[in-house]
Design a protein. Structure first.
Length: 432
């Protein structure tokens, strides 16, 4: 097995995961950033990153990094790191099409002794059961004889400027002992806080998929508690703050669970479990609760509007925030879209705004045109759906100025505002 030494690395897929990885490696050794999206490549060559995960300084410091959308540029690379999306389809089954296509593309460029590392989230066994056979068939090389594999799951937290790539412990694994050492050595070049070597690729795959499954279940619990406490006329945040006075109480908050990880990864695990004849009960129950929270938010708003005498069929509701999390332009699997759909099912007119989202991307992905909410474009009620800094610091009086009528409703999904101040502004309000 050839040592990596200064072998050129190719990072395939330059989204929220791949680009920061390519930049860090590009500071250390020759690195190719590859993506089939020509627009994305041109953007990065101009040192612009629409995901906001890296800035111009980061890109300029990666002096050994080049970009290409031409698969021929992959030839001559000796280490391939695949970081493409692994979404789910419309019935919550794993969609491996990006992973399969990337494996085919890499296989055409491979030569003897090369190493292929996967970072995309998958179910345990996927790398060796799905990807390796593709690599073997297309490259005509032999697994663990003339090429080798590794798995090192991504742990990127979009929008987080504190827990960045180099400051998060990296799980590494390889297809045999030598490959495991090679993979670990490669990542140790860039990960400041060190790595954790898993004993096998399957263990590393499983570790990744349960990280987000565990978080999903914890959020599902507090979401269900929120529904229960609302019927008891008890404020959920008050309860959680009181319970949080005990040292070992986990500080999870209710909310909408979207994005490319927490709302998706559990389905990869349940898919594999069901293929093996086991029907997961707890995991799927948690998923059902979290998937239903968007409808719950929409229905709660409509109920309060009707209680206040607001004609919902002639009313306009403002949605502040459409990205899946705060201070981040990522709109993938945003559950705010489901809130909008729920409101429209009640014939409520909706106008959505977001200072972080790309309007053209929202239009293309969801068919929603972002509008305006201000003193000249008032609405009858508001949902503050995302905790962007711009919204978090907005005074209650300013929020009131966005609404017409005597008794508008405000839904504070992220519990950003002081309830007393909202009451002073004559808001009827609801929060999870």
């Amino acid at each position: 097995m050839k040592k990596p030494d200064r072998k050129r690395i190719a990072v395939i897929g330059l989204g929220y995961v791949g680009l920061p990885l390519a930049v860090e490696f590009g500071k250390k050794r020759p690195t190719l950033g590859f993506d089939i999206n020509v627009t994305r490549i041109n953007e990065l060559r101009s040192q612009e990153d629409r995901t906001l995960e890296v800035n111009r300084d980061d890109l300029s410091r990666a002096s050994q990094l080049t970009f290409s959308s031409d698969s021929e540029a992959l030839r001559g690379c000796g280490i391939f790191i695949i970081t493409v999306p692994t979404p789910i389809d419309n019935v919550n089954r794993p969609d491996l099409s990006f992973l399969i296509k990337a494996s085919e593309t890499v296989a055409k460029a491979m030569s003897s002794g090369d190493l292929v590392i996967y970072e995309s989230t998958v179910y345990p066994g996927c790398t060796e059961e799905i990807c390796v056979p593709i690599l073997e068939k297309v490259s005509r090389l032999k697994y663990n004889k003339t090429f080798f594999c590794g798995y090192s799951p991504e742990r990127i937290n979009p929008g987080d400027k504190k827990n960045t790539l180099t400051k998060i412990t990296k799980i590494t694994s390889g297809s045999n002992a030598a490959a495991s050492t090679m993979v670990d050595d490669i990542y140790r070049e860039i990960i400041e806080v060190g790595t954790f070597r898993a004993p096998s690729i399957r263990v590393a795959e499983a570790a990744k998929v349960i990280e987000n499954t565990q978080r999903d279940l914890n959020i599902a619990l507090v979401n269900e508690l929120s529904v229960i406490f609302e019927r008891m006329d008890i404020d959920t945040i008050d309860v959680l703050e009181a319970a949080g006075s005990k040292w070992n109480f986990l500080p999870f908050r209710p909310g909408l669970v979207g994005g490319h990880c927490i709302g998706v990864d559990p389905y990869y695990l349940t898919h594999k479990a069901e293929a093996l004849g086991y029907h997961p009960q707890v995991i799927l129950a948690g998923r059902k609760i979290n998937d239903n929270m968007a409808s719950y938010v929409g229905q709660s708003l409509v109920r309060l509007m009707l209680k206040n005498g607001i004609d919902t069929t002639n009313a306009t509701v403002g949605i502040m925030g459409v990205t899946f999390k705060e201070n981040c332009p990522d709109i993938r699997n945003s559950k705010i879209i489901d809130v909008i759909k729920e409101l429209k099912s009640w014939n409520v007119n909706v106008v959505a705004v977001d200072p972080w989202a790309d309007p053209s991307e929202v239009e293309k992905e969801y068919g929603i045109t972002l509008g305006h909410i201000d003193s000249a474009h008032q609405v009858d009620s508001l949902i503050v759906a995302v905790g962007h800094d711009e919204y978090r610091t907005m005074p209650a009086g300013v929020l009131r100025g966005l609404c017409r009528g005597e008794n508008p409703v405000l839904v504070d999904v992220k519990s950003l505002y002081d309830r007393a101040l909202l009451t002073e502004q004559n808001f009827s309000f609801f929060r999870l």
